[in-house]
Design a protein around this ligand. Structure first.
Ligand code: NDP
Length: 253
């Protein structure tokens, strides 16, 4: 393992890789030597442009975009099977796809609740399920699930999201115990406020208030999260499992 290529030869599957944190993970994993298949949902054009750019930058490495609807078990299964078919070997799963539908609980309709739970939490089942046995049989690999500070602390206006992201942490800790003996690590990464399309939707006055809760008074970058994800994906983190690690600049909520 070259020092600067800690993911050399590793095959990675990343959901929600077309934008934001997922795209930063795809970018960094390739730069660290991995082959990557990533999912997109609504924005095929953006996903293809990213794959073209990264394939040109890293000749000889796979960078493949595939359609994925992680809220649906059938679609997720088709994505997983197709993703495996594009990789010589499979070592790392990053469950990153997610959505917010922020509103006070008193105003929340059932559709908002179900969409948030399906995309952020059901996806832990739909995507991980078909990809688990290949890792277990191989007796090695890493699963990294993207949670949120919202799941650790609870954030008003995010009851469904907080519930889903707390569920991601419970899932992570239980699965880590189930498959630890097979050499597969399972960890959660909990970002705070990261500058992506997701947080661009926050109204200016609320964004300023949220920044005042961060010791450095600034949102993090997708790369701040990607560095931890890629570390957890590498052999350097082989003795870290069942953890939920916050990347929030010390956000206090
Ligand atoms: P973005 O909104 O920038 O990107 C979301 C990604 O998820 C896109 O690639 C999108 O695909 C994909 N996606 C959305 N819905 C689905 C679906 N149903 N099936 C498959 N893919 C889907 O979000 P971020 O990069 O900010 O967030 C990434 C993860 O980090 C999420 O899990 C989020 O909850 C979490 N997070 C983000 C924080 C932040 O401050 N930004 C804070 C804490 C956690 P497409 O582009 O094709 O629509």
């Amino acid at each position: 393992m070259a020092d600067d290529l800690p993911l050399a030869g590793r095959g990675c599957i990343v959901t929600g890789g077309s934008r934001g944190i997922g795209a930063a993970v795809v970018r960094l994993a390739l730069a660290q030597g991995a082959d990557v298949v990533f999912g997109y949902h609504s924005d095929e054009k953006r996903a293809r442009a990213l794959a073209e750019e990264l394939s040109a930058a890293h000749p000889g490495r796979a960078c493949v975009p595939l359609y994925a609807q992680v809220a649906d078990a059938g679609e997720a299964g088709r994505f997983a099977t197709a993703a495996l078919g594009h990789l010589d070997r499979f070592d790392v799963l990053v469950n990153n796809a997610g959505v917010t539908r922020d509103t006070l609980f008193a105003r929340m309709g059932p559709q908002q609740w179900h969409e948030v739970i399906a995309t952020n939490l059901d996806s832990m089942y739909t995507v991980t399920k078909p990809l688990l046995m290949p890792l277990v049989k191989q007796r090695g690999g890493a699963i990294i699930n993207i949670s949120s500070s919202s799941g650790l602390h609870g954030i008003p206006g995010q009851t469904a999201y907080s519930a889903a992201k707390a569920g991601v942490i419970g899932f992570t800790k239980a699965l880590a115990k189930e498959i630890g003996a097979r050499g597969v690590t399972v960890n959660a990464v909990a970002p705070g406020l990261i500058a992506t399309d997701m947080t661009a939707a926050i109204p200016q006055d609320k964004a300023e208030f949220l920044k005042s809760l961060i010791p450095g008074h600034a949102f993090g970058s997708p790369e701040d999260v990607a560095h931890l994800v890629c570390f957890l994906a590498s052999d350097r983190a082989r003795y870290i499992t069942g953890q939920a690690i916050e990347v929030s600049g010390g956000l206090v909520v």
